[in-house]
Design a protein around this ligand. Sequence first.
Ligand SMILES: Nc1ncnc2c1ncn2[C@@H]1O[C@H](COP(=O)(O)OP(=O)(O)O)[C@@H](O)[C@H]1O
Ligand SMILES: [Mg+2]
Length: 222
Amino acid sequence: MMIAVVNQKGGAGKTTLSVHLACYLHDLGLKVALVDNDPQQSASGWISLAEPGIHCRTLLEPAALVDGVQQLESTHDIVIADGAPRLNEQTHVLMYFARQILIPTRATTLDVQATLTTKDSIDRVREARIADGRGDLDVRIILNFVRTVGNLHELMRTSLRSLKQPLANTALSMRDAFAKAVTHQTVVTRMKEPGAQAAARELKQLFTEVLPHELVQLNQAA
Ligand SMILES: Nc1ncnc2c1ncn2[C@@H]1O[C@H](COP(=O)(O)OP(=O)(O)O)[C@@H](O)[C@H]1O
Ligand SMILES: [Mg+2]
């Protein structure tokens, strides 16, 4: 089973979400692999220091991605893929093979518009998947960098809901702890400071809300 984290926009929080999700599932006892599809390879560098127990592979070309993802799926409970900030053949491979797609987005109009372009692309891939008899595809948009002051995120939330977009109820706030986690080569769920603990609580709430049911069952069996 693969969960792909995609958004054509850079700086949306894809790598942050991928690394945190991978560590969260690892800490629950699952055998996790991380696929880094971004040529910048930020996820690979971060995860190798944060949690060497997670097998990480950089797969940049479409053919390598097709082979690599299927091979990793057969040897791991879950594969998390960190997408590149573009919509290309590689991103389409991730969309085609994923069981679930998470799309983090900054809560501003321009970012949400870019996110909707990514979502349109997923909907086209979904048609190909249905034609090929590959099961359902679960897509969740996640508002990230939500500020505690102002109500911009509420406007974004209302507009995404009115467009019937699959928005997760749980959003991630803008918190220094997410940026500090990279500096400390760890994840917020393993940090002690109060800001990190608040971030960890939000993440756990998000994962409890959105993760596929099969994964939760796998976790209970582990
Ligand atoms: N909720 C958040 N609050 C504060 N900083 C964040 C948050 N999410 C991500 N960041 C920071 O924003 C930057 C971009 O995030 P990143 O995960 O690299 O995005 P992407 O992979 O989509 O380009 C990084 O410096 C990261 O530490
Ligand atoms: Mg990234």
